[in-house]
Design a protein around this ligand. Structure first.
Ligand code: GCB
Length: 640
């Protein structure tokens, strides 16, 4: 009983957020209309980048204020044209699309119409028919606005959606950056400026994820759902809280269904617990014959006021599992879990960071082919559809916020921290119900030795735990164990290191001793389990040399093998995972250390394997054999 009460307290604390961000799903009461495809587009190339606001480009069709080009949504705009100035453009760009809204959505005043942007990088302002409906600060996370009253003003007009997006990064954005003007007319053209960034991936920009219209009933609707799961013996427990907007007098019915659609538990009321007999737990890929088992929670709301009654139905996939951390282990369903996986990027040719189903399915096939059971969303939250795939396939996720490149002491100030807390709110609100998400990462390689880092990370990690006390919290460090000021607050130590690459380049023989020292020092100081959250070497596919030389396929293989020998000793004790940097090559800014991007992928940017991919494949399947159970279909290798 005590455990049930504690878990309900958890559900409550998560819901301190004031409104939900449920993934738009069709149901008996909800419709979804995708607005992907070609939008009209113009970059504001005026020196101030402010012409669009001065001339109010949102007031009429974009084509009326100047030339436009076709721009696909979702996609980054950077690699779509042959124009070098658009590739590296910094400032406001304008998107516009006219939409035909079903007449019923306009005439039926009982329908709530919501415009949702899956993500746009970085700052967005949205107008509908010239009326500002919302603005949002930050890329990688969704935002939405109710637009019913605006489109009902003139029911005969087309619905014109204008979105202005600004990719400028400042010391207070996440990730941070600075704008630097070069004012010497003998060296730079007039008005020349650069966007400095402190992270190693291209600052792709634009509307990166789907833009949708969706409906819910207007008077009463399901605004948010939080589930926290547990089990004991073979009984599963789904603690839930549903928040309803519109009425206190709503009736809520909840039905939990198994994969076959059979009801396995039901309940009523906005807070409660569903008990599942003979529970099928959610297991990671390669840890169980039947990974990624998902139930379906149907939340059925009926509500009435003196004017109307309405029904709202929302279906939430639910995986029943637990996560715990001890001083030496990471436990999923009370069994030790070893992360053998990858770090990824949302990155590919032409579309940049734009959402793309063929790419996503290909990446999942490659991860499963190589026996990866996990990845980290380096260095920002990935699309919700990717997390849904992880839930279904049992791929475990370390969910990272865009706190990458916090290097300047001014980015540890109050404004930055406040924004970082809001971003964590948005991230937890979006991803809290995914069984695949087992840990939050609040940052990557911040300057955690700077004095303000202590207060910053203490506050940030505490806030994240208050939002979600059910998951461990970490940040990724590359700092020295003795100088890292945030490490006392993390649950799991995640360390990035590049021995024989950035340090002692070319000397493979340093890896065993330096990696051993790294692990021993961190563990001795903190007694917390450790994940090697990055390691690797840049490799040009097809470049060979034996004995191995840097940048050849042989060198990447050798680096990996040297690391693996040490992992094999330490994973018997407190090392709980290894994540290669990187799954695939990816684009970066231009610079003397990058040859058209970062080449540390074990796959090329086009997803072809380098020799190292086979080393990992062999290792990961061996680790899977040792630590887990193979899925039933591995009896039929052809199905891979
Ligand atoms: C790191 C960073 C990652 C870089 C990588 C590298 O430590 O976390 O963003 O891409 O090193 O290749 O330098």
């Amino acid at each position: 009983m005590l455990r049930v009460l504690c878990l309900l307290a958890v559900v409550d604390s998560v819901l301190l957020l004031d409104s939900g961000m449920l993934f738009p799903r069709e149901s008996a009461s909800r419709e979804v209309k995708e607005l992907n495809g070609l939008w009209a587009f113009r970059a504001d190339i005026s020196p101030s980048r402010n012409q669009g606001f001065e001339e109010a480009w949102y007031k009429s069709r974009l084509i009326e204020s100047g030339p436009v080009i076709d721009m696909p949504v979702p996609a980054s705009y950077n690699d779509i044209t042959q124009d070098p100035s658009l590739r590296t453009f910094t400032g406001w760009v304008w998107y516009e699309r006219e939409v035909v809204v079903p007449t019923r959505w306009i005439t039926d005043e009982e329908i709530r119409v919501v415009l949702r942007v899956g993500s746009a990088h970085y700052y967005s302002v949205v107008w509908v028919n010239g009326v500002k409906v919302t603005e949002h600060n930050g890329g990688h996370l969704p935002f939405e606005a109710e637009i019913g009253s605006v489109i009902r003003k003139d029911p005969t007009a087309k619905c014109r959606i204008t979105i202005a997006v600004n990719n400028t990064l400042t010391l207070e954005t996440l990730p941070p950056g600075t704008i630097q003007y070069m004012n010497d007319p003998t060296r730079y053209p007039k008005g020349f400026f650069v966007q400095n960034i402190f992270f190693d991936f291209f600052n792709y920009a634009g509307i990166h994820r789907s833009v949708l219209l969706y409906t819910t009933p207007k008077a009463f609707y399901v605004d948010d759902i939080t589930v926290v799961t547990d089990f004991s013996d073979n009984a599963g427990l789904v603690n839930y809280k549903v928040s309803v907007k519109g009425s206190a007098a709503a009736t809520l019915k909840l039905t939990l269904m198994d994969k076959e659609g059979h009801c396995v538990a039901s309940s009523s009321g906005s807070v409660g617990a569903l008990k599942v007999a003979d529970v099928k737990l959610w297991w990671p890929y390669l840890m169980h014959e039947n990974p990624g088992y998902l139930y379906s929670l149907e939340v059925h709301l009926t509500a009435a006021n003196d004017k109307s009654t309405s029904e709202d139905v929302y279906l939430l996939p639910v995986g029943i599992r637990t996560v715990k951390v001890s001083s030496t282990q990471f436990l999923i369903n009370n069994k030790p879990f070893y992360f053998h996986g990858v770090n990824k990027h949302e990155d590919s040719d032409i579309r940049g960071k734009g959402f793309d189903w063929p790419l996503i399915v290909k990446d999942f096939n490659l991860m499963k082919w190589m026996g990866a059971n996990s990845f980290r969303t380096s260095h920002y939250p990935y699309a919700e559809e990717i997390l849904q795939m992880c839930d279904q396939h049992g791929i475990v996720v370390i969910d990272e916020c865009p706190g990458v490149g916090i290097k300047d002491i001014r980015s540890f100030g109050n404004a930055s921290l406040t924004h970082h807390l809001v971003v964590m709110d948005e991230l937890v609100r979006r991803d809290k119900n995914h069984p695949s998400v087992v840990m939050w990462s609040v940052a990557n390689e911040p300057a955690s030795e700077m004095p303000p880092a202590q207060f910053y990370f203490k506050t940030l990690i505490k806030h994240t735990k208050d939002l979600d006390p059910t998951r461990p919290v970490t940040y990724i460090t590359n700092s020295n164990y003795a100088r890292d000021l945030g490490a006392p607050y993390v649950d799991v130590v995640c360390v990035n290191s590049y021995f024989s690459w950035y340090h002692d380049p070319g000397y493979l023989e340093v890896i065993p001793i330096q990696l051993n020292t790294q692990f021993e020092d961190w563990y001795a100081k903190y007694q917390k389990p450790i994940i090697q959250s990055e390691y690797g070497a840049d490799t040009l596919p097809g470049l060979h040399n034996d004995p191995p030389l840097m940048f050849t396929e042989e060198y990447q293989q050798a680096v990996l093998q040297h690391y693996h020998n040490v992992f094999d000793q330490k994973r018997k004790h407190y090392v709980i995972g290894e994540l290669i940097w990187n799954f695939a090559d990816f684009m970066t800014v231009q610079g003397i250390t990058r040859v058209v991007g970062n080449k540390k992928g074990v796959f090329t940017r086009q997803r072809q394997p380098k020799a190292a991919a086979f080393i990992l494949k062999e290792r990961y399947w061996r680790l899977a054999n040792e630590t887990g159970k193979l899925p039933y279909w591995t009896k039929y290798p052809c199905s891979l």
